[in-house]
Design a protein around this ligand. Structure first.
Ligand code: ADP
Ligand code: MG
Length: 244
């Protein structure tokens, strides 16, 4: 693969921000079980965006939930920032998620009564740090997503695209190693959706996160670094994205 990134060859933890190996996941389905993920292996290098594409029901969201350690697979391993998460306690997994994983879902789920700035500060508070101390970082991130001017606005005073930008900034508050994004643009029109994906790519490169992005919009794939296709819970080998 010919990725435009610097991947360390040593085995320092950060050289493996996100690695799924041979992951199999099933759900109960009546008397039997439905195989949602079938021996999936995937590595997302630091500072790159991997797009996950595939038909509805192919297992994309399940793959993200496993990568987020929200669901433990029956078989296989999930390594986050060099640490194998297999067998960790619930509490240890919560710690891993808080410190290492940022998540962005379809709907921004912002708190209606908080300003844009406060939406971000809350993340630091949840992490046991003072919201006041986190103000500088929150302001910096709002600036990075182009919303400095809107810092004091509440969600109802913002457009759908702006809310999704806040959602992205919020996911970056705790400086995650891994950024997991599930169809962030489905509530947006084509142009705003493309702008959100371009922003995600830019932030990924600048902040050196390992980003896994589920998208249904093929037009957005020109902005990403590699593409992985899921079909019936199986993964095709990631390919480097075509030139921009
Ligand atoms: P995608 O995100 O690609 O649409 P999902 O990962 O949501 O796919 O779903 C993969 C398969 O697993 C589908 O057949 C879906 O119906 C099934 N599935 C997803 N979540 C659950 C669940 N919690 N319980 C049972 N089956 C599920
Ligand atoms: Mg899904």
């Amino acid at each position: 693969m010919n990725l435009p990134t610097v991947v360390s060859t040593t085995t320092t933890p950060s050289s493996k921000p996100l690695q799924l190996s041979d992951v199999t996941l099933t759900y109960p389905d009546g008397d039997t079980r439905l195989t949602a993920l079938d021996s999936v292996s995937l590595e997302v290098p630091k500072g790159t965006v991997t797009a996950l594409v595939g038909p509805s029901g192919s297992g994309k969201s399940s793959l993200l939930a496993v990568a987020a350690t929200l669901i433990s697979p029956e078989r296989g391993t999930v390594v986050i920032d060099g640490r194998d998460t297999t067998g960790l306690s619930r509490r240890e997994l919560t710690e891993v998620r808080r410190h290492k994983v940022g998540m962005v879902f379809q709907q921004p789920n912002l708190l209606p009564s908080l300003t844009a700035l406060e939406q971000l500060q809350v993340m630091a508070h949840l992490d046991g740090r003072s919201a006041k101390a986190a103000k500088g970082r929150a302001e910096e991130l709002l600036d990075a997503v182009g919303l400095s001017e809107q810092a004091r606005r509440r969600p109802h005073q913002l457009s759908g695209g702006q809310r999704q930008r806040i959602n992205i900034a919020r996911a970056l508050m705790n400086e995650p190693t891994v950024l997991l994004v599930d169809e962030p643009t489905s509530a947006l029109d084509h142009e705003r959706g493309a702008a959100v994906v371009a922003l995600l790519t830019e932030l990924t490169h600048k902040r050196a996160t390992a980003t896994l992005l589920v998208t249904h919009d093929r037009a957005q794939l020109t902005a990403v670094d590699q593409i992985a296709e899921v079909y019936d819970g199986r993964l095709r080998r990631p390919t480097t994205a075509t030139a921009r």
